[in-house]
Every structure is written in structure tokens, then in C-alpha cells.
Ligand binder design. Structure first.
Ligand code: FMN
Length: 362
């Protein structure tokens, strides 16, 4: 029952140790969070912490259709509606800042936006669009100026989310093959300047951005998500320096004082063969040792026993993804031992309330 106890996360008192994992749901028409999205998060406010769907800090990071942004007045107004709805129900909410980088197609982006990445290497595979699956676009290799501008976008979005929208904190999305992860991983980053080559250089974009965001809004409002061994979005799962990279990153982020590190657990179904289970657990523990602060991890958590097992391994909070799609009252169901409803994958990336806000409460 440890997972149902409260937890102090920086300045926030969480009602329990269950974290709703970030999940893209593509209901943000014109990239603007709307009333339906506010209702969806309000329904799930009994989670200890909600981490929202990936949200772009600029037009350049909008690689998918109908994902939200956090850079225009209308978007910030939409996020305020979301924050108010969740807070009214006593919940806490971080917005995940996701710049998609090369995981994008021009057809999904607003006019004038540019697909950019650490190197001009196109991601294999396809991406969904309003008119079917499309090849990923060829990214422009980011110049130093592009890097500085993009970091400013992360800072501005974070500042507006906190100061104008009243969101509790931001999570930097450095997982699952999006822009930050593209800098970390050798398959997508073949730069020879300060942002590529050595372990420290591969981490530089993330560490600098985290520092700049923390300087602006306070490190105790900034978390980060990473996915060691991830292969999703055409990254290299295993390479010589993988452990060294993430331990070095954890040490740098400890210095900045980030409020948490959130570690995705890989499964075979994510394209990681045999999922390197033991090495994953060892690395998660090494990251915890190096970072010392709060670690969120999980994957396939759907019972008190599986949530508590995450904590017994020495971590602090357990993330819950897919079960949160179909069980808005996930925590109450756990508490009262009520069976979970199964989610319908066909409406994961839908357009309306169906499969979004219409799952029943127990
Ligand atoms: C529909 C869907 C959308 C997702 N979108 C995101 C996202 O925007 N950002 C992110 O970091 N992870 C995303 N994920 C991954 C989840 O956060 C989580 O890591 C994954 O579902 C495994 O956890 P689970 O076994 O509890 O579902 C998504 C997963 C699903 C199913």
C-alpha cells in the first residue's frame, strides 16, 4: 500500500505515489488545448501527479497532427483552463515539453515551420498524418543559432506555463527518440562540434536546456524523462557508452537540482529485443545513486502489488500509462480493489470524446 501514501515532490504534496504517464492523445485541434482536454485531465486528478501529453515549445516541434503547443496566447489560455480544472479537484499537473525534432512530417506542421535535428539524418519508418502514414521528413542540421533559439523556446514555454497558466511544473521530454533524445543518441547525432562526439557533448543540449529552464522557473519545478536502451523512433538501443551517458547525465542534473528523473522501462514490444531487463534495472539503480533525488519509473503497473514493487526496488514514484486511458479513477479502483477497464487502442490517437472522456467511473 506504500504507493497509495502521500509524497513530497519539491514544493508539492502529492496525494499518492501514482503518476499518470505522459500520453499523446491528439485531441488538440489547431494545436490548442481545449475544454475536452481540460475535462480529460480533471477526470484523472486523483493521480498523485499528472504528466500531460507531449506539448511543443514551438511550431518547429509540432511533428504530429493535433498535439498541443505552449507558445501562443491561445495555447497558454487553454493550459490555464486545464490547470484550473485539475487544481479544483485537488490534483497536481506537470506539462511535458516535447520537441519532436526529426520525428515529423512537413504536412503535420504549421506553415513556415522547419523540421530540425542534431544531424541531417532522416528517421527510418513512417509517421501518421491526417492523410495517412508518411515518411519522416529530412531534417535540417541545427546550427549553433538554431540550438540557442530552441533552448529559448523551451525556456519561454516553461515560463508561460508556470507564470501565466498556473501549471505546477514542466517535464523535459528527453525520451523516446524526440529532439532531446536525438542529441543523446549516437544514431541521430553525428555532430563533431560541442554537441556531439563525447558523452559530455551528447548530453550538452539537454543539460544546458535544463539549466536555462531551471534558472527561469526554479529547479524544483523541472523534471525530465529519459529512455535508456530505447529504440523507438529509429534510435540505437545499445551502444558502448549507454550506461556512462545516462549516469553522467544524472550527475549533471543533480548539480542543477532537477526535481525528478523519470525513466521509461523498455519492453520487447518497443522494438528492444529481450529488453535487456537486468541491465535496465542495474542502470536505473545507478541513475538513482548518481541523481540522489526522486526517480519515477514503472511500465505495466496495474495493481497495488506492481506499483509497490517499483518502490521496493528503491524508486520513489510509479508511472501508469495505458490503464489511465481507460480508468479515470485508477487510484480509487486500486484502493477499493475494483477491476480495471481495458483501453481501446483504436482511439488512443483519436479526434474527439470517444475513447477519451467517455470511460466510466466505477
Ligand atoms: C497512446 C500513448 C501515447 C503516448 N505518448 C507519450 C508522450 O507523449 N510522451 C511520453 O513520454 N510517452 C508517451 N507514451 C508512453 C507512456 O508514457 C508509457 O511510457 C507507456 O505507455 C508504457 O507504460 P504503461 O505500460 O503503463 O502503458 C505514450 C503511450 C501511449 C500508449
Amino acid at each position: 500500500m506504500n504507493s497509495l501514501k502521500s509524497y513530497q515532490l519539491g514544493g508539492l504534496q502529492l496525494n499518492n505515489k501514482i503518476v499518470m504517464a505522459p500520453m499523446t492523445r491528439t485531441r488538440a485541434t489547431n494545436y490548442i488545448p481545449n475544454e475536452l482536454i481540460a475535462k480529460y485531465y480533471e477526470q484523472r486528478a486523483s493521480a498523485g501527479l499528472i504528466i500531460t501529453e507531449g506539448t511543443s515549445p514551438s511550431a518547429n516541434g509540432l511533428g504530429y497532427p493535433r498535439i498541443p503547443g505552449a507558445y501562443s496566447d491561445e495555447q497558454i489560455k487553454g493550459w490555464k483552463q486545464v490547470a484550473d480544472a485539475v487544481h479544483t479537484k485537488g490534483g497536481k499537473i506537470f506539462v511535458q515539453i516535447m520537441h519532436t525534432g526529426r520525428v515529423s512530417a512537413q504536412i503535420n506542421m504549421p506553415k513556415g515551420a522547419t523540421i530540425m535535428a542534431p544531424s541531417a539524418i532522416q528517421a527510418a519508418g513512417q509517421i501518421f498524418s491526417e492523410t495517412g502514414m508518411k515518411d519522416h521528413g529530412m531534417p535540417k542540421k541545427m546550427t549553433k543559432d538554431d540550438i540557442l533559439k530552441t533552448q529559448d523556446e523551451f525556456v519561454n514555454a516553461s515560463e508561460r506555463l508556470i507564470n501565466e497558466a498556473g501549471i505546477d511544473g514542466v517535464e523535459l521530454h528527453a525520451a523516446n527518440g524526440y529532439l532531446m533524445d536525438q542529441f543523446i543518441n549516437p544514431k541521430s547525432n553525428q555532430r563533431t562540434d560541442d554537441y556531439g562526439g563525447s558523452v559530455e557533448n551528447h548530453n550538452r543540449f539537454v543539460v544546458e536546456t535544463a539549466q536555462k529552464v531551471a534558472d527561469k522557473i526554479g529547479a524544483n519545478k523541472v523534471g525530465i524523462r529519459i529512455s535508456p536502451f530505447g529504440a523507438f523512433n529509429d534510435l540505437q538501443s545499445d551502444y558502448t557508452e549507454v550506461e556512462e551517458t545516462f549516469i553522467s547525465l544524472a550527475k549533471a542534473l543533480k548539480e542543477i537540482g532537477l526535481v525528478y528523473m523519470h525513466i521509461v522501462v523498455q519492453e520487447d514490444s518497443f522494438g528492444v529485443e529481450n529488453a535487456r531487463t537486468d541491465r535496465q534495472l542495474d542502470l536505473r539503480k545507478a541513475i538513482k545513486n548518481a541523481f540522489e533525488g526522486t526517480i519515477i519509473t514503472g511500465g505495466n503497473v496495474s495493481t497495488i502489488a506492481t506499483a509497490d514493487a517499483v518502490l521496493e526496488d528503491g524508486f520513489d514514484l510509479a508511472y501508469v500509462g495505458r490503464p489511465y486511458i481507460s480508468n479515470p479513477d485508477f487510484v480509487e479502483r486500486l484502493k477499493n480493489n475494483i477491476e480495471l477497464q481495458a483501453p481501446n487502442p483504436e482511439t488512443f490517437f483519436g479526434v474527439d470524446a470517444v475513447g477519451f472522456t467517455d470511460y466510466a467511473f466505477a
